[in-house]
Design a binder for this molecule. Structure first.
Ligand code: SF4
Ligand code: SF4
Length: 448
């Protein structure tokens, strides 16, 4: 729960001690109704839902910044607070993992002024709620220094991923440059880093990426129609600037990915429109396409339906969104498979690879990833990046492998636990402690 020092004034925000952590069990109330609605018959489904509840709880802890107390709201250029953060770098979330390669995830900002109405980060706990409820961003002061410290404590790393639940180059970046500084911390140690953006990419970021062999950029483009784009989000680059992002990445020799993520049924899903979008992305230099179809977290369904109602598509969407996986509503599987099949054909014809992001179908009540049917690349981001290890001061690729740890059966990098294609490896998510443990293991191996 957020409390203020002066009702709705922007004088200050008081963040209760442990708010995110203790708020999580209370939020479990959000998840209890499914037990009644679904009339679950099998134990397996119950286990799956409890796994989601556990995931939410773990995320609440990871997203909790460990900084509690009074915060002055700084009004310009966007209302925001500054917090000290010791957030740890971490891998993918526990749960239905589809991402083939390892990443070190990090968010220097909480809340996002691009403010896409459908953004699933609106449903996240911790400081994300401050943005959702009050429009106040949270900036992790000097987070680049904390990231540098953590990187220096490791001998084994994976590619950085900036930033999975906020826009790294949103307006506030012009004041604090945290994303740029973090990119510098990675590439100066020869560690790869990637980002996903809907904003104009600063030239400095592209320059830094070019100094590291496996670093790359992904640009999220939902539609060719600039008017429609503006109705889906409050800020962000114009459509022309987004394609120019792809062009500038490719021109600099970087792997350039276009994400149509998410496709919004009845708004951006026309076959001809999608083909034209992919064509323009390819003409601009993209060599890989990632797609997904909008899913609607139950905890923000009311706002999303209201928006669809104002766009005049609520009724057909309610007909379409009849599937529920975990705590989200999904478009019917026959619709999703049709759109993905069409996109795969378009990409094959235009000579670029294609993958999905977090798309599943339910089989016997279990979510099964759809990438096994539709992906044409080895890794979902269309680029093969191995784990890196530190040797003689700088990081270098640990092995000449594809970096697809999720399916790997032969861990030539030396880290058996990472090769999740081996039957005995049941764990699919890793944290900073795991990287530290592997770092000690690598050290021991090299001393033998
Ligand atoms: S740009 Fe990304 S993080 Fe920001 S609101 Fe849109 S979807 Fe969410
Ligand atoms: S050898 Fe296998 S487990 Fe190791 S980094 Fe490469 S893909 Fe991952």
């Amino acid at each position: 729960m957020w409390t203020t020092n002066g009702n709705n004034s922007l004088k200050g925000v008081r963040v209760k001690r442990g708010g995110a952590l203790w708020g999580a069990p209370l939020n479990l109330g959000l998840f209890l109704p499914p037990f009644i609605d679904l009339n679950l018959k099998s134990m397996e489904k119950r286990v799956d839902i409890w796994a989601d509840i556990w995931l939410f709880y773990v995320m609440a802890q990871i997203l909790s910044l460990g900084d509690r107390g009074d915060h002055q709201v700084i009004p310009q250029p966007y209302p925001h607070i500054l917090v000290e953060s010791k957030k740890k770098l971490h891998g993918w979330w526990e749960g239905k993992r589809e991402c083939t390669a390892e990443r070190l995830l990090l968010n220097p900002y909480n809340g996002c002024s691009v403010n896409c109405f459908f953004c699933y980060a609106h449903a996240l706990p911790g400081y994300f709620r401050l943005f959702r409820e009050r429009g106040i961003l949270t900036v992790c002061r000097d987070f680049d220094k904390e990231v540098a410290k953590q990187l220096d404590s490791l001998r084994v790393v994976s590619c950085g991923y900036l930033s999975p639940v906020t826009e790294p180059f949103q307006g506030i970046e012009a004041k604090y440059s945290l994303s740029l500084k973090i990119i510098r911390e990675f590439v100066s140690r020869n560690i790869p880093i990637e980002f996903i953006t809907k904003a104009p990419i600063p030239e400095g970021a592209i320059k830094l990426l070019t100094t590291q062999k496996h670093s790359f950029g992904q640009v999220s483009i939902l539609t060719l129609d600039e008017g429609l784009r503006q109705s889906l989000m409050e800020e962000g680059a114009t459509t022309d600037e987004l394609f120019d992002n792809l062009r500038r990445l490719a021109k600099a020799g970087l792997h350039s990915v276009c994400r149509i993520d998410p496709i919004i049924p009845f708004l951006t899903d026309g076959k001809r429109e999608l083909a034209a979008l992919v064509q323009r992305a390819v003409d601009s230099g993209a060599s890989h396409i990632v797609a997904s179809i909008l899913d609607i977290p139950l905890s923000m369904a009311r706002e999303v339906w209201a928006k669809f109602s104002s766009l005049g598509i609520e009724k057909p969407l309610r007909e379409l969104y009849r599937e529920r996986i975990g705590n989200s509503l999904h478009a019917r599987i026959d619709y999703r498979k049709r759109v993905f099949g069409e996109l795969r054909q378009i990409c094959d014809r235009l000579g670029v690879t294609f993958a999905l992001c977090m798309e599943y179908e339910l089989r016997d009540g279990r979510p099964i990833g759809l990438n096994r049917v539709f992906m044409s690349s080895t890794n979902c981001e269309g680029i093969d990046i191995p784990i890196y290890v530190r040797r003689d001061g700088l990081f270098q690729p640990a092995a000449s492998c594809t970096g697809a740890c999720l399916t790997c059966k032969n861990p030539i990098c030396g880290i058996k636990e990472l090769a999740m294609g081996r039957e005995e490896n049941l764990r699919k998510s890793f944290n900073l402690q795991d990287y530290r443990r592997w770092s000690q293991g690598i050290e021991a191996l090299e001393l033998i």
